[in-house]
Design a protein around this ligand. Structure first.
Ligand SMILES: [Zn+2]
Length: 382
């Protein structure tokens, strides 16, 4: 690519990213924000209008505010779990406009690639628009730069699976592979109006397991071996509970949804045993003893999260789980315990907020990764 073409692509990207983060604005504002001459902005905007990626709120007027156009392109997001693949269409504004589940007979790499291939082809065939790309969320250690799954214990113990290339070859579409918790964080950092301007974020997800995802200075943190945020397997107690990783007393054995369900089921006065986060939330609204269980687990989680909060000083800690009601119930006890752990540190004043339901944030976040890449590429295929 020539120097001139590269510069043009950079300017197109600056316009798309400023509109995404800043909302609608006029050409003159974009010229100032992106530091591009007004005549060039007009020319670049004409190209993006032509592509359908942006629109004028007053069509044909040179003074009209410009905004990202909703329906011009879309991302495909696939969420892999041990038993099924959920595939969704994510629009440029983060709306999930279509979602389908494909049950998995077994979860070997070949079976997963075949199921994703089938679901994606089905979507591409029935949508007249051209997709910007596809993203796959995986419960395990992933290197997003190569698309490789390094390890996924819940998926018949995958090791070094070149998932990105396998799917790209099948679909002839650009494919991004990332970890599920990082997708969940990204859904908020990329789409959530209140949160997307935050540069430093910490997300903790409580589901079948427990893990974190972190963003610093606007960048997702992967870590040296791509396992940053795996707090589910640090020590969380001393009751000799066996973890599925083979070790004893991991945070997951105390704070995952199955562990909490077991603890709540053992309480007196619990007639119907909970099996989901939503069940725990509805029992928690009735029984003070359930609130005590949540308080104890918040103490354990706070002990694991506090050093991370002290290290990164986030603006916000997001709590994710399959049920926003359950996540909301953890905000107050977790805040209290984190303040107790962090004493006078500034990080103790970070706001603690419930996240979207995990399935929604996984799909929207995966879609958001594709849209981010599309915009950073100036709206060109990547
Ligand atoms: Zn463990």
């Amino acid at each position: 690519m020539s120097e001139q073409a590269r510069k043009r692509q950079e300017n197109l990207a600056a316009i798309l990213l400023n509109l995404h983060y800043g909302g609608e604005m006029q050409r003159s504002q974009l010229s100032k924000l992106c530091n591009i001459r007004k005549s060039s902005v007009t020319n670049l905007i004409a190209e993006l209008l032509e592509k359908g990626l942006i629109a004028e709120s007053v069509p044909g007027s040179i003074r009209s505010p410009i905004l990202i156009a909703g329906g011009s392109s879309y991302a495909i997001a696939s969420m892999v779990t041990a038993h099924e693949i959920i595939t969704a269409v994510v629009e440029l504004d983060g709306t999930v406009s279509r979602e389908e589940a494909t049950p998995l007979g077994d979860n070997t790499p070949d079976a997963v690639v075949a199921a994703i291939g089938k679901a994606v082809r089905h979507i591409v065939k029935s949508d007249p628009r051209k997709p910007a790309g596809a993203a796959i969320s995986i419960p395990g250690a992933v290197d997003p730069s190569s698309g490789k799954v390094l390890r996924a214990v819940n998926l018949s113990d995958w090791q070094d699976v070149d998932l990105g290339s396998m799917i790209e070859e099948k679909l002839r579409l650009p494919v991004i592979v990332n970890n599920d918790y990082r997708c969940q964080l990204w859904a908020h950092a990329w789409f959530d109006r209140e949160i997307k301007k935050a540069d430093n974020l910490l997300y903790v997800g409580i589901g079948e397991g427990v893990a974190c995802a972190t963003m610093m200075h606007g960048r997702r943190i992967e870590g040296h071996s791509h396992t940053a945020g795996e707090i589910g397997h640090v020590k969380g107690g001393s009751e000799n509970r066996r973890c599925k990783c083979g070790k004893l007393d991991c945070v997951e054995t105390y704070c995952s949804i199955p562990a909490i369900c077991e603890e709540v089921s053992a309480l007196p006065n619990v007639r119907s045993k909970p099996s989901t986060a939503a069940d725990i939330a509805s029992l928690g609204a009735e029984l003070p003893a359930v609130a005590n269980v949540l308080d104890r687990l918040s103490g354990r989680l706070a002990a694991a999260l506090a050093p991370i909060m002290a290290a990164i000083d986030p603006e916000c800690l997001l709590i994710g789980s399959p049920s926003p009601e359950f996540s909301a119930m953890l905000c107050e006890p977790l805040q209290r315990h984190i303040r107790g752990e962090l004493l006078g540190l500034n990080a103790s004043t970070a706001s603690i907020l419930p996240a979207m339901a995990m399935r929604e944030s996984t799909l929207r976040g995966a879609g958001g990764l594709v849209i981010e890449k599309l915009f950073k590429n100036g709206g060109l295929p990547f």
